[in-house]
Design a protein around this ligand. Structure first.
Ligand SMILES: Cc1cc2nc3c(=O)[nH]c(=O)nc-3n(C[C@H](O)[C@H](O)[C@H](O)COP(=O)(O)O)c2cc1C
Length: 226
């Protein structure tokens, strides 16, 4: 039996991403989001139109998508209800948000210089994706411009940094899903993933068939790193 329901939120469980951006004064902002998915070397994030992060990405045209593992859950939680916007937007004030200029310090996380963009990586995050802003799409614009509260931003991944601990031993261009433990937000609560459930027919497709021109241009030979 199913019942008709009217939940206030539809956060069914998505990975947490810490978006690193640069402020006007060259300090850093860091914001947890969980509305994110990837197709090829493109990522779509869903984000409040009136967030410091959106403002920074639209101005600088870049960011870093840092993916915490379950190990960083406490640091992520310390970033909740904080904004880099001053004054705090009215909608956020209502939810109890306060202004914080030093998100890295508050979270106990370490900024790390990126290789292409000026936005910061997060040292503690096993995955760090340097990205360029490509396109913006407003949510609910068909009901009137004044109703736009969120936007999706298409980001192009320029460079991928992976912690050794999640990289396949046999192939440095493969994340081992047995080792990668993403932090998942489901209905405002934090979860991890369980173990593998079933053999996967989709996994019979060789990963190299998903490579695109974007993938190749984000690659870097191991010689280039020296
Ligand atoms: C676990 C978690 C997930 C979140 N997911 C989103 C999200 O997907 N989109 C969004 O706009 N805000 C999300 N938020 C709230 C943002 O962190 C919030 O908008 C914050 O103000 C962003 O920081 P900024 O204002 O400095 O950019 C999430 C917060 C937490 C703690």
């Amino acid at each position: 039996m199913h019942q008709i329901s009217n939940p206030s939120i539809l956060y069914f469980g998505t990975p947490v991403v810490l978006v690193g951006t640069t402020n006007v004064d060259d300090t850093f902002n860091l914001a947890p989001i969980s509305s994110a998915f990837w197709l090829g070397y493109r990522c779509m994030i869903g984000i409040a139109a009136h967030s410091k992060t959106t403002e920074n990405i639209l101005r600088t045209r870049e960011c870093v998508l840092n993916l915490p593992s379950v190990e960083q859950v406490e640091a992520v939680d310390r970033l909740a209800l904080l904004t880099g916007s001053n004054p705090v937007p009215a909608g956020k004030k209502l939810k109890g948000y306060t202004y914080e200029a030093d998100k890295f310090g508050r979270a106990g996380l370490t900024p790390l210089e990126s290789t292409i963009v000026s936005a910061p990586r997060v040292l503690e995050c096993p995955v760090q994706l340097e990205a360029a802003f490509v396109a913006i799409h407003p949510f609910a614009a068909e009901t009137g411009i004044e109703n736009i509260r969120s936007v999706t931003l298409e980001l192009k991944i320029l460079r991928v940094h992976l912690d050794d601990s999640i990289v396949s031993r046999e192939n440095p261009d493969h994340v081992d899903p047995e080792k990668w433990r993403p932090l998942i937000m489901s209905f405002q609560q934090f979860y991890g993933l369980g173990g593998q459930l079933h053999p996967s027919k989709l996994a019979s497709v060789p990963e190299r068939l998903y490579r695109t021109r974007d993938t190749e241009s984000a690659g870097i030979s191991h010689l280039d790193l020296n």
